[in-house]
Design a protein around this ligand. Structure first.
Ligand code: PXL
Length: 276
């Protein structure tokens, strides 16, 4: 018997509780062998720290791919997050094509924007490349800002169901199979996630916490990937990931000066319990 082996491609922010330093422990805790391909190494993440270093690892990817091909290394799932450059995205597509098993799930978090804005360093060329990557996905996990950039739709903070349905149908037009749209709020004090799978919609609503912190998108995506990969339905994976993210935000509020990320480690046991 073998257990699942997944590749995740995203940056190492050495300090800041996001991307690989979140994905690796969370997906491993779900019982999955987690292989990594770092897209870049930064001294910290780019949101709130000043003067961070950034080493783009794009040029290392073709040799890594060639070595994995020689070793016949294949994955049961591939999950991408924050990527370093538009050129890198083309290499990532090559890696997906050459290392994915036939029945592997490809899950893309187009981690590039929030609150109406692109993260520092990203531009519309990067967005165009991300659209191409999303077209290869079994699941994409954008927030509303990312969905708007991917579909050239006006970003709104007040919206109705019609606007969200339109965003999802434009995302599906990109070519991805299923969409998990996060941060969708229809009533005060609540937020939720829309699960669009096999042409049908469902919505999981949960508590909205105003002290939401940086990195929660990565926590959410990693927990979703972990739960989905071990066989949960998309709805259950979306729900488990949402409740775990809420626990992480509550935990973070207990710690002084913890502004740069979410304290996901002290409550990781709750994720493991939810997966049982
Ligand atoms: O959490 C997304 C993310 C990942 N990696 C880096 C970031 C961000 C968001 O700002 O800066 C380097």
């Amino acid at each position: 018997m073998s257990y699942k082996k997944l590749l995740t491609i995203q940056d190492i922010s050495c300090v800041g509780q996001c991307s690989l330093t979140v994905a690796l422990p969370i997906i491993s805790a779900c019982g999955i062998e987690t292989c990594v391909l770092p897209s870049a190494v930064l001294s910290t993440h780019t949101s709130g720290f000043k003067g961070y270093t950034f080493r783009d690892l794009t040029d290392d990817i073709p040799d890594i791919k060639a070595h994995w091909e020689k070793e016949n290394i294949k994955f049961d799932g591939i999950y991408t997050g924050y990527l370093g450059s538009a050129k890198q995205i083309d290499y990532v597509i090559d890696i997906i094509n050459s290392t994915k098993k036939d029945d592997a799930l490809v899950i893309i978090d187009p981690a590039m924007a929030d609150n109406g804005n692109l993260y520092p360093g990203f531009d519309l060329d990067f967005v165009a490349a991300m659209k191409k990557l999303c077209s290869k996905a079994d699941y994409i996990l954008p927030n509303i800002t990312e969905a708007c950039f991917l579909t050239a739709t006006e970003y709104k903070t007040t919206y109705d169901r019609k606007y969200i349905d339109m965003l999802i149908s434009r995302l599906i037009d990109l070519g991805c199979k299923n969409v998990i749209l996060t941060g969708v709020s229809y009533s005060e004090g609540k937020t939720g996630v829309v699960i669009y799978e096999n042409d049908s919609y469902s919505y999981y609503e949960h508590e909205f916490l105003p002290n939401g912190s940086h990195g929660t998108g990565d926590i959410y995506a990693s927990a979703f990937v972990g739960a989905k990969t071990i066989g949960k339905s998309a709805y259950d994976a979306a729900k488990i990931a949402a409740e775990y993210t809420v626990e992480c935000i509550k935990e973070t509020a207990k710690h002084d000066n913890h502004w740069y990320g979410a304290a996901f480690e002290p409550v990781i046991y709750k994720l493991i319990e939810a997966l049982k």
